[in-house]
Design a protein around this ligand. Structure first.
Ligand SMILES: [Zn+2]
Ligand SMILES: [Zn+2]
Length: 422
């Protein structure tokens, strides 16, 4: 189990933010020792630190709570908070050269590389960096927070490693095959009821994803079997063919047919996974929904996507949230809107309205002479700010004044008297 140090525990409804930790140097295992947190599914809004492999230990009966990592992106890149864009970029490149999986195959480096990518994705974007400076991680989570995160392109780094040319996946794409590739990210659509979106909660979901085969540890090779360098291509994965054309003899590089381009020949493949290194598994996860989420928000569960081929790291699971409408309330961001019918007499004389809010019914004073269509405001009864139930939006009540369609004879007389008065 690997979780980053300095985990901050939040109850689904309680909320607090600690100042960013002084460093987050890829520490491990602290959460594992932290009692209830040890059996916790880590759920992140886009930008979690650490890998959510904790989930693997979380059985169906596991008690769960949201674990949020308050990450210090500046410390990850080793720069000051006042660093210029150029300093950030340079620091990132320096670190990326050190930890890129194609350069540094160790497990720690893979994690480290991911964490610096996350840090850079935030700090290299002017508006995200500003939000992060102001609100910490919460500022760059959710609400359209990081549209480019998933699409974050490594091409830029590859160019600086290998001197450009070809680009990723181009003619030089073979170099990407050298390291284990990360598995696919997965999508899960989750519908929440209106209240859960407001105040958070837990949802159990069942997913099916690829996991590393336990028998062969993801290598695809039968235990004890040998893996030899392909003798036909000398381990290069490609051979040169000479073709006769009308323009003369041409040399052509083709994938080695003996080894299929891998450069190695496997004596015996793993029978449990048919040599693929991964197996489909169904799994139950408990997802902690932070308070204040909105329709279209995504939660990222680290490491719960598909396992990578050849023992590569797992992708992430993205939980796409949709929020069920509530017939009583309309929500816009942190604000809640309702309408209320009042009698024309109450509108003229003033009254106390009993307004149902998302918490409970609230008494609201409607002043005398309230005009039709007036909007009254109840502070602090709107939706919570994402991840912070202590900051709430407002509840707005639009007043609809009802004019009676039929009135009694006595009412008729009294109103006619009123009419003469005016
Ligand atoms: Zn296997
Ligand atoms: Zn070969």
């Amino acid at each position: 189990m690997r979780l980053f140090a300095l985990a901050l525990l939040l109850s689904p409804t309680g909320a607090a933010f600690l100042p960013p930790p002084a460093h987050l140097g890829g520490g491990r295992g602290v959460a594992a020792a932290a009692g209830p947190a040890a059996r916790t599914q880590a759920v992140f809004m886009h930008l979690g630190g650490g890998r959510g492999t904790a989930a693997a230990a979380a059985g169906p009966a596991a008690r769960t709570r949201a674990v949020f990592m308050e990450a210090d992106y500046y410390a990850r890149l080793g720069v000051q908070r006042s660093a210029s864009d150029k300093e950030i970029k340079n620091a990132y490149r320096k670190q990326a050269r050190q930890y890129h999986p194609d350069v540094n195959p160790s497990e720690d480096a893979k994690e480290k590389f991911q964490t610096i990518n996350e840090a850079y994705a935030v700090l290299s974007d002017e508006s995200m960096r500003a939000r992060y400076d102001q609100f910490g991680e919460a500022g760059v989570k959710g609400a359209g927070g990081a549209p480019n995160m998933q699409d974050f392109d490594l091409g830029d780094i590859f160019e600086s490693f290998f001197g450009g040319g070809g680009g990723v996946g181009g003619p030089g794409g073979a170099r990407r095959r050298s390291g284990p590739m990360q598995g696919d990210d997965l999508r899960f659509d989750l519908e929440l009821d209106f209240q859960t979106a407001l105040f958070g909660g837990e949802k159990r979901i069942r997913i099916t994803h690829l996991e590393n085969c336990g028998t062969c540890s993801g290598s695809g090779v039968a235990p004890g079997a040998s893996v030899n360098t392909c003798s036909d291509c000398g381990g290069r994965g490609s051979t040169v063919q000479v073709v006769n054309t009308i323009m003369g003899r041409l040399q052509q590089q083709v994938r080695c047919p003996t080894c299929g381009g891998t450069g190695t020949v496997v004596e015996k493949y793993c029978g449990d996974c048919d040599g693929r290194g991964v197996q489909k598994r169904s799994k139950q996860l408990t997802i902690s929904i932070p308070p204040g989420v909105e329709d279209g928000n995504r939660l990222r569960v680290r490491g719960e996507g598909d396992a990578g081929p050849k023992g590569g790291p797992s992708g992430d699971l993205y939980v796409f949230l949709s929020i069920k409408a509530d017939p009583r309330f309309r929500r816009e961001g942190m604000d809640i809107y309702t309408e209320m019918s009042v009698s024309y007499l109450d509108a003229i004389l003033g009254s106390t309205l009993r307004v149902p809010t998302v918490d409970a019914t609230v008494d609201l004073k409607m002043p005398a002479g309230t005009q039709p269509g007036t909007t009254l405001r109840i502070e602090g009864k709107g939706a919570p700010k994402l991840n912070n139930v202590n900051m709430r939006g407002s509840h707005y009540v639009k007043v609809k004044v009802e004019i009676p369609k039929s009135i009694s004879g006595e009412e008729q007389k009294l109103i006619e008297q009123l009419q003469k008065l005016r």
